[in-house]
Design a protein around this ligand. Structure first.
Ligand SMILES: Cc1cc2nc3c(=O)[nH]c(=O)nc-3n(C[C@H](O)[C@H](O)[C@H](O)COP(=O)(O)O)c2cc1C
Length: 201
């Protein structure tokens, strides 16, 4: 079975809600979702790094703090240099999601950091693939998909209320669709590699 790791940090639970929606999308596509929570900068990251090495793809998630990925996620990212030195993640698929309070909030910078992390590992970036809303801004509501109109990955928006209320349904569904997209791409990627091996034999 195709295995997708979801490695995420969430300080206050809002990004975590999205991680669970991404995992649902992965499962909806018949793949296995492995949720890897980054809890603190002092964590032993080796088990998480090993889980990603054993997966076909990884979806990184971090809240946007001060215009970039959270500091805790960045400590994890630095620790992944262990896999960088062995090339252990090379040619896997990767994607990403972030979440912040403002509609812009410099979320694009955080997504760019996730894409650069994947690229440094030689991974292939899968973008969001959900079109931005083609309706007047006044008609965009909590159920709108890809509300802020991002392309590189999921850029969700959360209000300063509990994660049971925010991010809204549209962002959660967009997260699920990201999971579907990555799982389907990883299944195609894996089938292609298997065909190549069979033809070479
Ligand atoms: C230290 C810190 C920095 C933040 N910086 C930003 C920011 O640059 N842009 C923004 O829109 N929101 C910012 N926020 C708001 C968070 O992105 C927002 O509350 C988000 O939902 C938190 O996600 P989490 O619950 O997964 O930690 C910041 C919050 C904190 C705690």
């Amino acid at each position: 079975m195709t295995r997708i790791a979801i490695a995420y940090h969430s300080g206050y639970g809002h990004t975590e809600v999205l991680a669970h929606s991404v995992a649902q999308g992965v499962r909806d596509s018949g793949a296995e979702a492995v949720l890897l929570k980054i809890d603190s900068a002092a964590q032993d990251f080796d088990p998480l790094i090993d889980e990603i090495t054993a997966s076909d793809a990884v979806i990184f998630g971090a809240p946007t703090y001060m215009g970039d990925v959270s500091g805790v996620f960045k400590v994890f990212a630095d620790a992944t240099s262990r896999a960088f030195f062995t090339g252990g993640w090379k040619d896997k698929l990767a994607a990403g999601f972030t979440n912040s309070h403002s509609f812009a909030g410099d979320k694009l910078h955080a997504l760019t950091s996730l894409a650069i992390l994947a690229s440094q590992h030689g991974m292939n970036w899968v973008n969001l693939g959900v079109p931005p809303p083609n309706v007047p801004a006044a008609e965009r509501g909590p159920d709108t998909l890809n509300r802020v109109g991002a392309f590189l990955g999921l850029a969700a928006q959360s209000d300063n209320v509990g994660p049971d209320i925010s991010p809204p349904a549209g962002d959660r569904e967009t997260a699920r669709l990201l999971g579907v997209r990555v799982a389907e791409a990883a299944q195609r990627w894996k089938r292609g590699a298997a065909t190549e091996l069979a033809e070479a034999a």
